[in-house]
Design a protein around this ligand. Structure first.
Ligand code: PDD
Length: 288
């Protein structure tokens, strides 16, 4: 099926959507993105994604091309036009088109693209089995709080790990976990306390992470935001990833060693359930 995509104010067939070879997103990875899930016809954690979009654009000095009300209207319209009730909406904004030059002017016309991906995000087999991760050295740039499209290091390491039988990688810097290739990483101690890395430039400030920490605390789970080591992971009783497309996904193995009893743990399962229930009640319906 041909999707209808959004490109700079127009709705067009995906096969007709073209961006210049001089776009700085293409030449310099000078672009930011957001991914928002849709479940049961509702936008998941939309206000958080909209707020982070603005922070990423501000950090790079790219003008926000639309107001937040328009941004919400575009998300609803693209889901409606493509009949998406479960899946995801991808949005990317680059600085725009300019003859190749390391220097760029202050004001440029951004390139704004959106498309949908139909996906059974609520039917994730890894929620039952858990994931197996591999540690790899952190090799990304130092401004990881900005959601840029510079994803090559993550993509290379994840693909390599995947070919060796792992589901994903866990980046380690100075002995401390930063995050996974495209998700935040958390552990649960034997005492049932949640530990997640504190926010800094070392990691993306995941929207799902923020919601999960809030929901955990509301559910009476103590949550500590601090850096933690690889050893703390292998001696934890549970571990899990959070992201917009996988919500809460248990991790049961690190570098071949089991975490806890090697099975999906009760805290991860509970947080996944609480998150989905919360979003089903608070998510923004795509149809008014
Ligand atoms: N990735 N860390 C990284 C490096 C990420 O790429 C992502 C999300 C997250 C989780 O953030 P959030 O909860 O806001 O989705 C953490 C998206 C889903 C992607 O690249 O497809």
């Amino acid at each position: 099926m041909t999707r209808t995509v959004y490109l700079n104010g127009e709705w067009i067939a995906e096969t007709e959507a073209k961006v210049s070879i001089f776009d700085r997103g293409f030449l310099f990875a000078d672009a930011i993105y957001e991914v928002t899930a849709v479940i049961d016809g509702k936008l998941i954690d939309f206000p958080g994604h909209a707020a982070r979009l603005r922070r990423s654009l501000d950090a790079l000095g790219i003008a926000m091309p639309v107001e937040e009300t328009e941004l919400l209207a575009l998300h609803k319209e693209i889901a409606q036009r493509n009949g998406i009730t479960e899946g995801l909406i991808y949005l990317q904004i680059s600085r725009g088109v300019q003859d190749r030059d390391f220097l760029f002017p202050k004001a440029m016309e951004p390139t704004f693209v959106m498309f949908t991906q139909a996906k059974r995000v609520l039917d994730n087999p890894k929620w039952k089995t858990g994931l197996s991760l591999k540690t790899v050295p952190e090799g990304r740039w130092s401004e990881r709080q900005i959601k840029t499209v510079q994803l090559l290091y993550s993509s290379l390491r994840k693909t390599e790990a995947n070919r060796n039988g792992f589901d994903d990688v866990l980046f380690v810097e100075n002995g401390l976990i930063t995050e996974a290739s495209s998700a935040n990483f958390h552990i649960v101690t034997a005492a049932g306390e949640l530990i997640t890395r504190d926010l800094s430039n070392a990691l993306l400030h995941g929207i799902t992470r923020g919601s999960i920490v809030d929901l955990a605390r509301q559910a009476g789970i103590t949550a500590h935001e601090r850096a933690f080591t690889v050893e703390e992971v292998t001696s934890a009783s549970e571990a899990f990833l959070t992201s917009a497309t996988s919500f809460v996904t248990p991790v049961v193995r690190l570098d071949g060693e089991t975490i806890g009893n090697g099975k999906v743990g009760p805290v991860s399962e509970r947080l996944l359930d609480i998150y989905i229930q919360d979003q089903l009640s608070r998510g923004v319906p795509i149809a008014d």
